[in-house]
Design a protein around this ligand. Structure first.
Ligand SMILES: Cc1cc2nc3c(=O)[nH]c(=O)nc-3n(C[C@H](O)[C@H](O)[C@H](O)COP(=O)(O)OP(=O)(O)OC[C@H]3O[C@@H](n4cnc5c(N)ncnc54)[C@H](O)[C@@H]3O)c2cc1C
Length: 218
């Protein structure tokens, strides 16, 4: 099993739940629809929800070229990106031993602005495909003005960790005989029926990747 790439990414509480294999980390990053990007501006930490996508050994984020998040992340400052997948609520007999089943990944590093046009387009394609696989081939591609208005930052995946909890509650042996229900309520993200835009011209059908939308399963 892979070891933590650095002292600061080593999982301390329940270290047996720490996973450092890229296959595990990549699967979490790929399944998670959004991330939370953390960065510090003038001593104030901000944690902002945003879309991400992984391409090989890099994680990409995008946003308005004038947004504080993108300007801060492209300034070469330390950043932290977290993706969390919630798999279930774990109800133990005691509130103390109750928990959640989850898979989460934390990526530390310094983001860089992607200025190379080809890499920027690849990253935008990855972001679009991350949200809805099949959409890039279908949707109108960005114009030059739209490309200019959009900033993309990339972060290397060389300092990251995952933490994974699975399974039933682990109660104190003294609590097991209590007449209190214990177990797991599984949770998963599920798509509802697609709702067409009110101004959709007649005859435009629902593409298969929309009709059968689902996140990857871990
Ligand atoms: C699911 C999801 C996906 C998103 N994907 C993207 C993306 O891919 N790219 C992107 O640029 N933005 C995305 N956003 C929006 C993003 O969270 C920020 O709102 C946006 O980047 C802020 O830009 P800003 O420069 O205006 O705000 P900032 O100057 O960064 O924020 C100013 C203040 O506004 C408040 N604020 C900002 N955003 C939020 C928020 N989301 N919720 C509550 N308060 C907030 C905070 O108090 C913050 O300090 C996403 C949001 C969500 C919820």
């Amino acid at each position: 099993m892979a070891e933590a790439p650095s002292a600061r990414t080593a999982v301390r509480r329940h270290p047996e739940r720490g996973r450092y294999d890229r296959a595990v980390i990549d699967a979490i990053l790929d399944e998670g629809l959004i991330c939370h990007a953390g960065f510090v501006v003038d001593g104030q930490p901000y944690v902002i929800p945003t879309i991400h996508a992984r391409l090989g050994d890099a994680l990409y984020l995008h946003g308005s070229a004038v947004s504080r998040m993108m300007r801060s992340l492209s300034g070469g400052f330390p950043a932290c990106v977290t993706v969390t997948l919630l798999d279930g609520i774990v109800l133990a007999r005691s509130v103390y031993d109750s928990s959640m089943n989850y898979r989460s990944a934390v990526v530390l590093g310094t983001a860089r602005e992607v200025s190379d046009r080809a890499e920027k387009l690849r990253a935008l394609e990855a972001i679009v495909e991350h949200v809805a696989r099949g959409r890039w081939a279908d949707a109108r591609r960005p114009s030059e003005a739209e490309l200019k208005a959009t900033a993309v930052v990339g972060m290397a995946l060389d300092e990251c960790s995952a933490k994974v909890r699975t399974g039933p509650p682990v109660d104190d042996p003294a609590d097991v005989a209590l007449p209190i229900w214990a177990g797991v309520v599984p949770l998963r993200m599920a798509a509802g029926a697609p709702e067409a835009a009110p101004d959709l011209p007649p005859g435009v059908g629902v593409p298969p990747y929309v009709a059968r939308y689902e996140r990857l399963t871990g």
